[in-house]
Design a protein around this ligand. Structure first.
Ligand code: R5P
Length: 342
């Protein structure tokens, strides 16, 4: 066997080669793991650090008086394996710039490896042109993150899996379905339930909804929706029998809440007993919370990839911190991340 130093074959290792290999391995194991965050979701970053058993890295991330973003890493990162946790949620552009400047600062401070951990990836819905003369914004953001100097990316429930391919660096794409299915079972009965119907609110989400169904039981229904104009959703048709069942809508995100509310009305009008929604990213743009609270939806389960508002009785948030911490630990130790989902 050729060694990692390419110097010897099995059975003929010289003490010198063995010593060099031992040292290389020890150095690798000792490489410090550091976690930093911008201002998008510091609570999640602190929770992740709690699971990892390390303090959050010290960094100044603020703005100058002229509104330019100001970043300074306030501890030594030379040779370290660094993770920057930053959801690119509202204010989206500002949080993207914070992330880019942090990566740049870490690179220039000689971090050995920089991983951008992006629990919620903004601009994901602009992953293709829907009309002429539009940008492919999700691709441009991927280019910016790579150009800033990220070595790898950790993301969660990207709106379209194709976004992974927008990066020419490794992407670990985590899924929230196991966490949300567990939360659903905890709140609505631990056993597999055959009296539910798991609903994809659009054709793009069928695989996600079916994966959820395999975890909780029940049947599958699919809604065909259209968007007559941006930020407006309309149910066209539905496939599947929902009568007398608890309908569980599974989606990647809730933005205006339009998709959810329209889908819930269509399900209840077709005889569903009640409607519960599970969506990874709770963006809740504009008055979405208010609309949902006043809607016929019974409950929404979401995660803390984006900080969640307090005082919304229908919204229940589960933490993705344990999953992200586990992924970070595995990446640091060069262990499989996909094994988390098998
Ligand atoms: C499909 O476009 C997505 O998976 C979500 O259904 C959508 O982004 C939700 O947006 P809104 O809440 O504004 O309808």
């Amino acid at each position: 066997m050729v060694t990692m130093l390419g110097l010897a074959v099995e059975g003929q290792l010289t003490p010198r080669v063995l010593e060099l290999e031992r040292r290389a391995q020890a150095e690798e194991e000792e490489r410090a793991m550091l976690v930093f965050t911008g201002n998008s979701n510091p609570q999640l970053a602190r929770e992740i650090c709690g699971y990892l058993g390390i303090p959050l890295g010290r960094a100044l991330v603020s703005t100058f008086k002229n509104e330019e973003t100001r970043v300074r890493i306030e501890e030594n990162v030379r040779g370290a394996d660094v993770f920057v946790i930053q959801s690119t949620c509202s204010p989206v552009d500002h949080h993207i710039i914070e992330l880019l400047l942090m990566i740049d600062a870490l690179r220039r401070a000689s971090a050995d490896r920089v991983t951008a951990v992006i629990p919620y990836y903004g601009y994901a819905k602009q992953e293709k042109k829907t009309a002429g003369r539009e940008p492919i914004s999700a691709k441009l953001v991927a280019n910016l993150i790579t150009t800033a100097g990220a070595d790898r990316v950790v993301a969660m429930d990207l709106h379209a899996a194709a976004i992974e391919g927008f990066f020419d660096i490794p992407v670990d794409h985590l899924r929230a379905n196991p966490i949300m299915a567990e939360a659903f079972r905890r709140r609505h009965g631990d056993d597999r339930r055959e009296d539910i119907v798991v609903v994809s609110p659009d054709s793009g989400g069928v695989a996600r909804a079916n994966d959820f169904r395999l975890r909780v039981g029940g049947r599958l229904a699919i809604i065909a929706k259209q968007r007559p104009q941006p930020d407006m959703a309309e149910v066209l048709e539905m496939v599947g029998d929902v009568r007398d069942r608890t309908a569980v809508i599974v989606d990647d995100m809730i933005s205006t809440g339009g998709t959810l509310i329209e889908a819930a009305d269509a399900l209840l009008d077709r005889g569903a007993r009640e409607v519960i929604a599970c969506a990874t990213h709770g963006i809740f743009a504009g008055d979405a919370i208010d609309l949902i609270e006043r809607s016929r939806i019974k409950e929404v389960i979401t995660t803390n990839t984006i900080p969640q508002p307090a005082g919304a009785p229908k919204i229940h948030s589960v933490s993705v911190a344990p999953l992200l911490a586990e992924a970070i630990q595995r990446i640091h130790r060069h262990e499989s991340v996909s094994a988390l989902f098998t």
